[in-house]
Design a protein around this ligand. Structure first.
Ligand code: ZN
Length: 248
């Protein structure tokens, strides 16, 4: 069965995306993007062009909707400023591509489900075990991939108990393997490529080998300062610039 690359929340950060693609080179047969391609970062057109080049199957995130003209009144002022900047930058063809992105959940013949936020609502965050439980109940297949929180890890339900988990990297380590137990249900978050918020500023992604039943969580360092410079030049809000270095 073909191996795949799964990634989410690139948020218009081309440098982080290129680092991920370099680190994953030769290790996947197809690619899945869980949404929030744009918003926050300085490279919306470049990131969309690169994802089209990869032929990655992409579902939409809340920022993708907002940046191509949907309402975003519930966004905080910083996010709103980034949405407005992104909307102005986007080429018409890329705006049209964003508008046509399908919403999750989608599933594929390998037996996985993909959503941006949660199973029942693409805009809902799954931070706690309580929030995750409903998605674990509703998903028709044992393994669902999700994004939106920018936190690498996920949830597992074993014997009725839902537990959150996070991969733990030893210093300098780039990957953490998770063997999937076929009798257990999982929600798996590859983390965010372009704006991690789990305390590790390195770009996050995951590789999946369905044949071996394994998920490999990965991190890769990228040139954060170069992205921050482009953001400053673009006049994007300072808190968005600063947070990249902290991974928060
Ligand atoms: Zn996001």
């Amino acid at each position: 069965m073909p191996r795949f690359l799964v990634f989410s929340d690139v948020h218009a950060n081309l440098t982080a995306l290129e680092a991920v693609l370099g680190a994953a080179d030769g290790l996947w047969d197809w690619a899945m993007c869980l949404g929030d391609v744009v918003g926050y970062g300085p490279d919306p057109n470049e990131v969309i062009d690169r994802i089209l080049q990869l032929n990655a199957f992409t579902i939409r995130g809340n920022h993708d909707k907002a940046c191509c003209g949907a309402q975003y009144a519930d966004f905080n002022p910083t996010a709103q400023a980034a949405v407005e900047w992104t909307f102005r930058q986007l080429r018409p063809d890329n705006r049209a591509w964003l508008r046509k992105l399908p919403g999750g959940p989608v599933s594929n013949e390998n037996g996985y489900v993909f959503v941006h936020g949660s199973f029942e609502d693409e805009d809902k965050y799954l931070f706690s075990s309580e929030e995750a439980e409903r998605s674990l109940d509703l998903a028709p297949m044992p393994v669902t991939f999700f994004g939106h929180t920018h936190v690498q890890g996920g949830f597992v339900r074993e014997n009725g108990q839902v537990e959150a988990f996070r991969p733990t990297y030893a210093s300098g380590e780039l990957s953490v393997a998770l063997a999937l137990d076929p009798t257990v249900r999982y929600l798996i978050n590859p983390g965010s490529v372009g704006q991690p918020r789990d305390g590790d500023p390195r770009a996050a992604f995951a590789l999946v080998d369905p044949e071996r039943g394994g998920v490999e969580y990965r991190r890769i360092a990228y040139d954060i300062a170069a992205v921050q410079q482009r953001m400053e030049k673009a006049g994007l809000p300072e808190p968005l610039v600063l947070r990249l270095a902290f991974g928060r």
